[in-house]
Write a protein that binds this ligand. Structure first.
Ligand code: HEC
Ligand code: HEC
Length: 502
């Protein structure tokens, strides 16, 4: 290549780079205490319209087969973008995936994705939850087709990429653009390290020193991970062999990606299968529970003994330090929240699912009446955070609906379909006997499906109301018109009166 041409290309590249970095400064910038990102921004330059499109897609349930699950269903901001209240994540039809949803932040620095690093590049990641039967259970082709025919997306793609063409590459790049902006770097620890006028107290500082000795060989640097795969001695479960499932190398058995330790207060439960719910359990694991298997990381074996030596006082100090890694600004930053979306994602029209049946025989009517009572008891219990009573009422709801016999064939098929959906969520409410957040999450879906049944069969004898909080999508039934359930947090309510049977 001649010299002139070479210099020309270099000059163009410099111009290009400086243009890019100018655009990126507001949407993405590298915190002073972080290393250079691994993501190649030259291949996908971040723009406001690209991020907005990515964010809209992230919160849109149209990405799943039955239009009920969005990326945001499993990656909730208030939970550090994990799934609040869930040990293993729940997808379409409430199917359980075998792993705990990972927190999403600082993805620009990651070198592989997933607990086993099965995906080598952030831009490919979304294909995996979309096509996974236990997650969104949809095909990429279908998703793109739904977006093409939507009233919303052709315009958003035009703003982001200059034309209305909707293809795999654009779709994936937009999602990446949004996820790349999710940087968590404003913890008390960060501000202390960057000398921003924050001090850590003596216990936290001792915790930091202990952490450096005992944990930082794997949870290294200010990202708190070296992005390697290691076996940290968790009691092995054969249904998930971690990195081995990708490489088939014996040495990779039970190795998982070293996770970041930021935002632990929000992301509980911990580990790839959510087996620990507290940091105390995690520290206890490293002290006394590390299991010796052939692939156990050598760092966790010292002088023939497994585990990390720490007394109770040292464990508490390390926990105090870990709490300085909570980034409240990040979990509250409205830039990442659904509430600041510019476009309104078209909402699912539940009423379109209603059918026109009426129950007439007295015993079926009575059973529906009892089911409604049980439902209302679940609701009151959830309002009072009485998890035991909610579980008990959910058991009664299942029992009662199981006794309902519908004879008409079409009506029977319809009833059984929704009955199955109601049972899925009722069972989760029962299993959440000691886990309020889990019950709360499932109450919403339960209410939607119960509404469809009650309204379709005009099964109620007294006036019932169905209310939706338009912003949060939360739904519930009640026997008063202006029911206060959730209303304090929800300004935009939509009420409906359910048809009464005659
Ligand atoms: C049903 C719940 C569920 C849904 C829906 C879901 N995820 Fe996830 N996500 C998970 C789980 C579980 C993992 C860990 C996966 C693994 O290790 O196999 C994960 C991991 C990730 C990771 C890897 C993070 C890392 O640090 O390695 C990214 C990125 C991600 N999800 C993005 C998305 C996007 C984008 C969507 C929407 C297209 C999405 N997820 C939808 C549950 C979900
Ligand atoms: C040999 C490397 C290694 C050392 C040393 C190590 N860890 Fe880990 N840590 C890991 C790996 C790997 C995982 C993920 C394991 C899994 O899910 O299967 C993990 C997970 C965690 C988690 C769960 C995070 C989440 O998001 O689920 C916490 C908390 C944690 N470690 C804290 C510590 C503390 C505190 C220390 C020091 C006392 C420490 N680790 C020492 C490798 C290590």
């Amino acid at each position: 290549m001649n010299i002139k041409l070479k210099t020309g290309i270099i000059l163009i590249m410099i111009a290009f780079l400086s243009f890019k970095s100018k655009q990126e400064t507001t949407l993405f910038s590298v915190p002073a205490n972080f290393p250079k990102p691994a993501y190649d921004f030259l291949n996908n330059s971040i723009t406001p319209a690209g991020v907005e499109l990515g964010k809209t897609l992230f919160y849109d349930a149209v990405l799943s087969s039955d239009n009920t699950i969005s990326c945001g269903s499993c990656h909730q901001q208030t939970a550090g973008f994990t799934q609040h209240g869930h040990i293993l994540s729940h997808g379409v039809n409430d199917r359980l995936s075998k792993r705990n949803a990972m927190p999403l932040f600082n993805l620009a620095w990651a070198t592989s994705f997933g607990w086993d690093g099965s995906v080598p590049h952030l831009d490919f990641f979304a294909v995996s939850p979309i096509t996974n039967p236990a997650e969104m259970d949809e095909s990429m082709a279908n998703v793109l087709e739904k977006l093409r025919t939507s009233p919303l997306y052709p315009e958003l793609f035009t703003k982001a990429f200059g034309s209305a063409e909707i293809n795999n590459e654009r779709f994936l790049k937009a999602l990446s653009q949004f996820m790349l902006t999710m940087v968590s770097a404003n913890t008390r620890y960060d501000r202390y390290i960057r000398n921003e006028g924050i001090t850590l107290n003596p216990i936290e500082l001792e915790g930091l020193a202990l952490f450096k000795q005992k944990c930082a060989s794997c949870h290294s640097g200010d990202l708190f991970t070296d992005f390697s795969f290691r076996n940290n001695g968790l009691a092995a479960k054969d249904n998930d062999k971690g990195r081995f499932e990708i490489t088939q190398q014996e040495t990779d058995k039970f190795r998982f990606k070293v996770p970041s330790l930021r935002n632990l207060t929000y992301t509980s439960p911990y580990m790839h299968d959510g087996r620990f719910s507290t940091l105390e359990q995690v520290l206890e694991h490293y002290t006394t529970k590390v299991e010796k298997t052939p692939s156990l990381d050598p760092i966790l074996i010292k002088d023939g003994q497994t585990g990390i030596r720490m007394n109770a006082d040292e464990q508490q100090k390390i926990i105090a330090f870990l709490k300085t890694l909570d980034d409240e600004d990040f979990v509250k930053n409205t830039l990442f929240s659904e509430s600041t979306l510019i476009s309104d994602i078209p909402r699912k029209n539940i009423d379109a699912e209603l059918k026109n049946f009426t129950v007439t025989d007295a015993s079926t009517k009575a059973l529906f009446g009892q089911a409604i009572e049980a439902y209302l008891r679940i609701k009151v219990s959830i309002q009072e955070k009485n998890t035991l009573s909610a579980a008990e009422a959910a058991r009664i709801l299942i029992k009662t609906l199981n006794r309902v016999r519908i004879t008409d064939t079409a009506a029977k098929g319809f009833f059984e379909n929704y009955q199955e959906k109601i049972f899925l969520d009722a069972k989760r409410i029962i299993e959440g006997e000691n886990f309020f957040a889990h019950q709360f999450d499932h109450f919403d879906e339960l209410s939607e499906h119960f509404y469809i049944i009650v309204a379709s069969f005009k099964a109620n004898d007294k006036t019932l109301y169905f209310t939706e909080c338009l912003k949060s999508d939360m739904k519930w039934l009640s026997d008063t018109a202006n029911d206060s359930f959730l209303a304090a947090d929800c300004k935009e309510l939509q009420h409906k009166t359910l048809p009464v049977s005659r």
